[in-house]
Design a protein around this ligand. Structure first.
Ligand code: COA
Length: 178
């Protein structure tokens, strides 16, 4: 079976037809109560800058990964990261390695943009074979039940894109997770 071609587009280039198509795919794939937000918009917390897609012969999106332009801070130095999000494959097309293929294309693009790490929040079983390793030293901004801000520790997966290993000290991701 041939692999559908991988299409890159900036989020700003998403037209109303594709927006509806993406929201349909996201709603089909993400089914927790909080995911109902995808009925209204094609992102969870904040819009990503970049998207990668595969389509079927009719032009419908069947696989999708978004990338946020983010940075982390370590010892007061900022490092650009690619924030991988909204990874999904239409149920009829799963198990074909599409996630791995799209992640590989994203990696090439991130390296071309001099981004040093790809970061995501997800199931290690899905991303391990693409070279993502779990890390436990990432902290992001959060609020407690009374609206008081604090730094929350979050389990993440990271893939270094250069020969620079991931950090051994605490890493701060400004804002929410993606
Ligand atoms: C998760 C999802 C994107 C995987 O799609 P897919 O087409 O099966 O992905 P691939 O064929 O590229 O498989 C990539 C790896 O993930 C693994 N995998 C796929 N679905 C899995 C699942 N539900 N649980 C554990 N591992 C899974 C595959 O075995 C493969 O691992 P391997 O390379 O070590 O064999 C798809 O099931 C989906 O859209 N699910 C709903 C949305 C979702 O949960 N997204 C992920 C958020 S972290």
């Amino acid at each position: 079976m041939s692999i559908p071609s991988i299409e890159y587009l900036p989020d700003a280039a998403v037209d109303p037809l594709l927006d509806e198509n993406l929201r349909r795919l996201l709603c089909l794939c993400f089914t927790k109560p909080c995911d109902a937000i995808f009925k209204e918009r094609r992102y969870f917390n904040e819009p990503p800058s970049h998207r990668w897609l595969m389509r079927d012969q009719t032009g419908m999106a069947i696989a999708h990964i978004a990338v946020h332009e983010k940075y982390v801070v370590v010892d007061n130095v900022k490092y650009p990261i690619g924030g991988i999000a909204e990874v999904c494959v239409h149920p009829n097309h799963r198990g074909n390695g599409y996630v791995k293929h799209i992640l590989a294309a994203i990696q090439v693009w991130l390296i071309s943009q001099r981004v040093e790490y790809a970061v995501l929040f997800g199931n290690p079983k899905i991303y391990g074979s693409s070279g993502y390793q779990p890390v436990t030293n990432l902290f992001h901004d959060a609020e407690d039940g009374e609206g008081k801000p604090y730094f929350a520790s979050v389990k993440a997966m990271v893939k270094p894109l250069t020969n620079q290993d991931w950090f051994t000290t605490e890493v701060y991701l400004p804002g929410k997770t993606f």
